[in-house]
Write a protein that binds this ligand. Structure first.
Ligand code: NAD
Length: 353
């Protein structure tokens, strides 16, 4: 079993990665939680596949279990879902000595984590991520949030889980489109920090071979994220690298109302478009954009969008609520494996799309 320890200023927690680790969830949870009651938060799809099994495992370990099931998908990462969670937590008489377990993809993890960070001013939670995006990215690092109509992740906090249990076997039931979606975040890590990982992805022959190596790939991504988060817990400097492709990506997701493109697909387009432009502006070494395009095609990910949407994307970015005053921090590549944060006045972003 692979164990990665995340050591932060005031706390630390472990990420465990192993095929089949879900079956050990009872023992693992006992190591970090001595309360009685656990509330599993999951979505309809994941509940049908793993909800009952997790309930059995945790009950067998002696815990009292309640389950909150939310509707799946990005469209439901909102205040309505959050309010429903609060109400159900109250109905189950949840107190600060109880614990939440988030069982699901990035949507469940983000919304359940935000509920945990705010309900009675904060109760403990554990992440059991079930999608590739959640296993390589969203379950680690403590960023939890919901979306507003005005934009993604506008309401949120930094709130770390007590533990993360990653079972790569759970990915077997994940739709291929969502699997590829997670590969987009893996490509992101490779682009900003790890040329070797990029080369590994280029070498992989097919999805079967990727799946055979997925545990190592997940470990690599979690290690990269842990290192970054330890150095910059609050997203003031290096952690911004993790937003490579996300400024344009978030704008695309929003323009298409979180329906046409998944998160990873939108980020994929964002990574490619920003790199084409940064090469033109001589801010990146030539050749990165074509390599990104090649790898995105390989994993059935989109790499472009009709130019007729560019103006709308520019407008969205100009209204980005997460900028610093009139400055936008955006991530470029010196070359594959070397990302850097560039600060530009928001009015100049149009050069990049
Ligand atoms: N907090 C962070 O640091 C961070 C980082 C990256 C992404 N995110 C967020 O993560 C979200 C995207 O995550 P996502 O792609 O996991 O979305 P998601 O949670 O909507 O999951 C995608 C779909 O797969 C289904 N699913 C999940 N696991 C499954 C399994 N094992 N088998 C079958 N179906 C399964 C879900 O029900 C859903 O329909 C976005 O909201 C994004 O903003 C957050």
């Amino acid at each position: 079993m692979k164990k990665i320890e995340v050591k932060l200023t005031n706390e630390k927690y472990s990420i465990y990665i192993e095929r089949g680790i879900l079956e050990l969830a009872g023992d693992k949870v006992k190591e970090i939680f001595d309360g009685e009651k656990i509330i599993i938060i999951t979505d309809d799809n994941v509940n049908l596949l793993y909800g009952e099994r997790l309930r059995e495992i945790l009950e067998k370990a002696g815990f009292i279990i309640n389950v909150i099931i939310i509707p799946p998908g990005e469209k439901n990462k909102n205040s309505e879902t959050l309010n429903r969670i609060y109400k159900e937590l109250i109905k189950f008489q949840t107190t600060r000595s109880d614990m939440i377990v988030a069982l699901g993809g990035g949507v469940v993890g983000d919304v359940a984590g935000f509920a945990a960070s705010t309900y009675v001013r904060g109760i403990s939670y554990v992440q059991i991520p079930t999608s590739l995006i959640a296993q390589v990215d969203s379950s680690v690092g403590g960023k939890v949030a919901i979306n507003l109509e005005e934009g993604k992740n506008l309401i949120g906090s930094f709130y770390h889980p007590k533990m993360v249990l990653i079972d790569p076997d759970l990915l077997k039931t994940l739709d291929q489109r969502y699997f590829n979606d997670g590969v987009a975040e893996v490509i992101k890590y490779a682009c900003i920090k790890d040329k070797k990982l990029f080369e590994t992805l280029l070498r992989v022959k097919n999805n079967q071979e990727l799946n055979d190596n997925i545990t190592d790939i997940i470990c690599k991504c979690c290690e990269i994220k842990k290192e970054i988060v330890q150095r910059d817990e609050r997203d003031k400097s290096e952690r911004m690298l993790l937003n490579f492709g996300h400024t344009i990506g978030h704008a695309i997701e929003k323009i298409f109302k979180y329906e046409k493109y998944t998160h990873g697909e939108a980020v994929a387009i964002g990574m490619h478009l920003i790199t084409i432009q940064s090469e033109k502006l001589e801010l990146s070494k030539m050749g990165a954009a074509i390599q990104i395009k090649e790898i995105l095609i390989k994993f059935d990910l989109p790499y472009e969008i009709d130019k007729k949407y560019y103006e709308e994307i520019r407008k969205e970015i100009a209204n980005d609520k997460k900028r610093e005053g009139s400055i936008l921090n955006h991530v470029l590549l010196k070359e594959i494996g070397k990302g850097y944060v560039s600060k530009i006045p928001i009015v100049e972003f149009s050069k990049f799309i």
